[in-house]
Design a protein around this ligand. Structure first.
Ligand SMILES: CC(C)(COP(=O)(O)OP(=O)(O)OC[C@H]1O[C@@H](n2cnc3c(N)ncnc32)[C@H](O)[C@@H]1OP(=O)(O)O)[C@@H](O)C(=O)NCCC(=O)NCCS
Length: 226
C-alpha cells in the first residue's frame, strides 16, 4: 500500500514542477485528495454499497471541488492539477498516468444510454476547461488543448484543439502535411488496371471489325483466309 502511495506521489512530482516535496503533495494537493477518496468510494461501489460510495464522492467534491463518480474506472497515476470544477462521469475509463487540469469535464452528451462517457488511453493530457463528451476513445499519449470541446474519437499521439475539436498534430506533424499524394491507393491502382484491359480489348475489337469489313468487301480474300 505504501509503495502504491509513494508511486502516486512521485508521479505527481514528476509532472508538476511546482511540487517541492511528497509531504506538500500529500497534504496540500486537492487532486491527490480527490483521487484517494475516489479509490475508497470505488471500492464501496464495486461491493454494492452505492449510497456510501456516493456519500464519499460528494464529501470529496465539497472539500476539493472535484467530482469523480465512484463508478468510473481510473488507472494508476492520475494527476488532477488545480482541480476545481473537474467532473468525471460514471462510465468514464481513464488509463495510466493521465493528467487533467481544472474545469475538465469527462461527460456524456445527454443522448446516450449505458456507456455514455469517454475512455482515455494511457498518458493522455486534457487541458484546462476542455470538455470531452461521449462514449468514444481518446488514444494513448493524446493531448486535448485547453478550452477544446471533443465530440469524436482522438487517435493516439494526436493533439486536438478548438470547438468542436479537430486534430492539428499527430506525432508533432500537421495532418495536412502528411504525404497523402504519393501513398499508393489500391482502389485507383485496380481502376487503372481495368482501364488498361478495356483499352486493349477495344483495340483488338476494332482490328477484328476492320478485318471483317474488308473480307465482306472482298469475298475471295475471305475464302483464302479460311
Ligand atoms: C495543445 C497543447 C497541449 C500543445 O500541444 P502541442 O501538440 O505541443 O501543439 P502545438 O503547441 O504545436 O500547437 C498546435 C496547434 O494548435 C494550436 N493550439 C495550441 N493550443 C491551443 C488551444 N488551447 N486552443 C486552440 N488552439 C491551440 C497552436 O496555435 C498550433 O496551431 P497551428 O497548427 O496553427 O500552428 C497546449 O497548447 C495546451 O493547450 N495545453 C493545455 C495546458 C493547460 O491546460 N494548462 C493549464 C495550466 S494551469
Amino acid at each position: 500500500m505504501f509503495d502504491q502511495l509513494k508511486a502516486e506521489l512521485d508521479s505527481i512530482m514528476e509532472r508538476d514542477p511546482a511540487a517541492r516535496s511528497r509531504w506538500e503533495v500529500y497534504f496540500l494537493y486537492s487532486g491527490f485528495k480527490a483521487v484517494r477518496s475516489y479509490r475508497k468510494a470505488h471500492w464501496f461501489y464495486q461491493h454494492g454499497h452505492k449510497f456510501i460510495a456516493r456519500w464519499i464522492s460528494q464529501r470529496a467534491r465539497h472539500k476539493t471541488g472535484i467530482e469523480i463518480h465512484p463508478g468510473a474506472t481510473i488507472g494508476k497515476g492520475l494527476f488532477i492539477d488545480h482541480g476545481m470544477g473537474v467532473v468525471i462521469g460514471e462510465t468514464t475509463e481513464i488509463g495510466d498516468n493521465c493528467t487533467l487540469y481544472q474545469n475538465v469535464t469527462l461527460g456524456g452528451t445527454g443522448k446516450e444510454q449505458g456507456k455514455r462517457h469517454p475512455t482515455l488511453g494511457n498518458n493522455v493530457m486534457v487541458g484546462s476547461g476542455a470538455k470531452v463528451l461521449g462514449p468514444f476513445k481518446v488514444g494513448d499519449n493524446a493531448r486535448v488543448a485547453a478550452g477544446a470541446v471533443v465530440l469524436d474519437e482522438v487517435p493516439a499521439n494526436a493533439t486536438a484543439v478548438g470547438v468542436p475539436a479537430r486534430v492539428v498534430r499527430i506525432n508533432g506533424v500537421k495532418p495536412n502535411s502528411l504525404d497523402q499524394v504519393h501513398v499508393a491507393d489500391p482502389v485507383s491502382q485496380e481502376l487503372c488496371r481495368m482501364q488498361a484491359k478495356c483499352l486493349n480489348l477495344q483495340t483488338r475489337l476494332e482490328a477484328l471489325e476492320k478485318e471483317r469489313a474488308r473480307s465482306l468487301e472482298d469475298p475471295e480474300r475471305e475464302e483464302s483466309v479460311q
